[in-house]
Write a protein that binds this ligand. Structure first.
Ligand code: NAP
Ligand code: G4F
Length: 347
């Protein structure tokens, strides 16, 4: 029997890798996308096959985590075997600007989806995209047993989602699990997260179309892994015999300065000549250090990360250089590319 999966957040970084993985495993994949005035499917366009084609395995549906009625309708119609809740307002800095919206989507959105599964009476296994941001002020190393101390509206909303997922597991005997994922990046990472902001800037500075890079706190430590490997871990959690929560992390921490060094160094540049400080990128409360202990996932799920932060920096710089060449290279000397970045608009 072909398995059916439903992914919220399919247009995001993780959603696109997960869709690829599940299609490769022979799943029929359904994704919820938001209606926007411009196309927002660039990360999954390469997977799209006209739904009239009998070989089509990927189906997209309009919906939103703020619309519970629509979620019930979709769950009843699709009747999935697995549901992956990846949708969220996922930017920590933005959550301080839009705290109520973040609570609604990143927090209440999860209960709407869980309740839709429950009301529709489907027997789906449920994955919740929990986050290492839950640990916040609690020092590393952080594992499944470490107490939470959220430090942002985003983290507080994810904390609610973590507990409500656990509650539905206990209350309704649902196979519902939390993947507590530490930062994971890729060439598909959103342009306003610090890694991609840096690697994109390196490509542009090297090409001569950007002069400076404005950043905030460079001392924070993050445990950066590779998103393509992390979605494999999500899938493994839903194939386990019993529903349990797991940390996914590399166990290696780097500062933002380390990532700058690796990224600029990869193309022979000294980051200190280009990086400037802008207080707009500071957070009212910061998470100083996240370094995960994923030994439970490694021993019980057989999941092993192989790419750490420095290796990622090189992969992402190379991809951004290639993307820039495809996008603008032939005209670079003739046309002035916009000097603003999305980070200046939001984040
Ligand atoms: P992302 O690239 O920001 O993608 C977020 C996705 O959620 C996008 O598809 C977005 O749609 C969708 N979305 C946002 N608001 C929505 C709404 N109201 N209704 C329906 N869909 C909505 O995030 P990611 O990096 O792939 O992360 C996936 C999930 O894992 C998120 O929940 C994130 O909080 C969590 N997480 C991420 C990391 C990490 O390091 N990447 C670590 C731990 C946890 P649009 O494309 O239309 O914006
Ligand atoms: O790349 P970031 O914005 O990621 P952050 O805040 O760690 O959150 C990401 O990882 C979480 C898992 O731990 C996810 F749950 C969440 O959805 C998201 O994917 O910031 C990383 C660090 C922070 O300490 C920040 O203060 O980089 C620092 N930073 C310094 N300058 C900056 C900047 N971050 C951004 N976005 N932009 C800057 O200019």
């Amino acid at each position: 029997m072909t398995k059916r999966a439903l992914i919220t957040g399919i247009t995001g970084q993780d959603g696109s890798y997960l869709a690829e993985l599940l299609l490769a495993k022979g799943y029929e994949v359904h994704g919820i996308i938001r209606r926007a005035s411009t196309f927002n499917t660039s990360r999954i366009d390469h997977l799209y096959v006209d739904p009239h084609d009998p070989n089509a395995k990927l189906f997209l549906h309009y919906g939103d985590l703020s619309d519970g009625g629509r979620l019930v309708t979709l769950l009843s119609r699709i009747d999935p075997d697995e549901v992956y809740n990846l949708a969220a307002q996922s930017h920590v800095r933005v959550s301080f600007d839009e705290p109520e919206y973040t609570a609604d989507v990143t927090g209440s959105g999860t209960i709407r989806l869980l309740e839709a599964v429950h009301l529709a009476g489907v027997k789906a296994r449920f994955y919740q995209a929990s986050s290492s941001e839950l640990y916040g002020a609690t020092p590393p190393p952080q594992s499944e047993k470490t107490p939470f101390y959220p430090r942002s509206p985003y983290a507080a909303a994810k904390l609610y989602s973590y507990w409500i997922t656990k509650n539905y597991r206990e209350a309704y005997d649902m196979f519902a699990v939390n993947g507590i994922l530490f930062n994971h990046e890729s060439p598909r990472r959103g342009e306003t997260f610090v890694t991609r902001k840096i690697t994109r800037a390196v490509a542009r500075i090297k090409a001569g179309v950007q002069k400076d890079l404005y950043l905030g706190n460079l001392e924070a430590i993050r445990d950066w892994g590779y998103a393509a490997e992390y979605v494999e871990g999500m899938w493994r959690m839903l194939q386990a015999d019993t529903p349990e929560d797991y940390v996914l992390a590399t166990g290696v921490g780097y500062t933002i300065k380390d990532f700058l060094e690796a990224s600029f160094g990869h193309v022979g540049l000294d980051w200190q000549e280009y990086v400037k400080f802008d207080e707009r990128y500071l957070r009212p409360t910061e998470v100083d250090a996240l370094i995960g202990d994923s030994s439970k996932a490694q021993s019980e799920l057989g999941w092993t990360p192989t790419v750490d932060g420095v290796a990622l920096a090189k992969i992402m710089v190379d991809a951004d250089i290639e993307a820039l060449e495809c996008e603008g290279r032939p005209w670079i000397d003739k046309v002035k590319l916009p000097s603003w970045s999305t980070e200046e608009v939001a984040g």
